[in-house]
Design a binder for this molecule. Structure first.
Ligand SMILES: [Fe+2]
Length: 277
């Protein structure tokens, strides 16, 4: 992720079309807000009018407008629209993979430079909530999220859900938001950034490890969402994830229930650290 300063804030941007993926302001370490993008400026204005909220100009890279609101646990949500896009600068993969059934890289070699993973976009955010059902209802009412997987304990109690955006027939990530009423209580759980591909994830993992950082969880492949994942902790204890190769669904693809074992388990790779950590 590239960083730049503007208007007293530090921004991180990826190589996709967003002007920034992360914003840091001077102050005590902490999670401040989650940003969501409205389909249009008109949709944002309608959203605000229906709730008696103010639409403010967005004095950040790309401009646009913003509506702020707080969820039942007092998390700040920033719904934005009309931001000018950045020119994507996604590096092209110079060579294609060969597998047992299909050979795509022919008469050339495969070489990858040691470098950080290429963050393309913010894929999802996970928030610890005090009352899952209350938060679920709130996010569905205000933003139209659809449940992909609801996590249910053996006694039938639901403790969280992977929520995807309702984009109709358009494909969208298995989850853009995960709400969890878990042992860590209310608080920011992690933010997850999509990187180029599996090679890029492993190369970035090596890069961070050689720079002296200790992996938090990974590398492995999730069950729910199916992503290949790699989790790290920043110097202030915030968890950040690199991921690639996740599931995509449309609005018509429905919802299912999942077990705690599916939530915490891996299809391969490192086991999850204790969930209280
Ligand atoms: Fe994640």
């Amino acid at each position: 992720m590239q960083s730049f300063r503007e208007g007293g804030a530090l921004y991180g941007r990826g190589c996709g079309g967003s002007r920034y993926l992360h914003m840091t302001e001077l102050g005590d370490p902490g999670f401040v807000a989650l940003g969501l993008v409205a389909p249009s400026s008109e949709a944002l204005a309608d959203f605000a009018a229906a709730r008696g909220l103010a639409v403010e100009p967005l004095d950040r890279p790309g401009g646009g407008t913003m509506v702020q609101l707080r969820d039942p646990d007092n998390y700040l949500l920033e719904l934005v629209a009309g931001q000018a896009a950045a020119a994507p600068a996604i590096p092209s993969r110079s060579t294609a993979p060969n597998d047992a059934t299909e050979k795509r890289r022919l008469r050339t070699v495969h070489r990858i430079d040691p470098k950080p993973s290429h963050v393309v976009r913010l894929g999802h955010c996970v928030l610890g909530v005090s009352d899952f059902r209350r938060s679920e209802a709130w996010y569905k009412e205000h933003f139209g999220f659809i449940t992909s997987d609801e996590v249910v304990l053996p006694d039938g109690a639901a403790i969280g859900a992977f929520l995807r955006c309702d984009r109709g027939d358009e494909l969208t990530d298995h989850h853009s938001l995960f709400l969890i009423q878990g042992p860590r209580g209310v608080g920011f759980n992690h933010a997850a950034f999509e990187i180029l591909d599996a090679d890029d994830l492993f190369v970035g993992h090596d890069w961070l490890q050689r720079a002296g950082w200790t992996p938090h969880w990974g590398i492995g492949r999730h069950v729910l969402g199916s992503q290949i994942f790699d989790y790290w902790r920043d110097p202030w204890g915030h968890t950040l994830e690199h991921w690639t190769d996740g599931d995509l669904f449309t609005a018509a693809d429905g919802s299912r229930q999942a077990s705690l074992a599916e939530l915490m388990g891996v299809q391969w790779g490192h086991a999850m650290p204790h969930p209280a950590n």
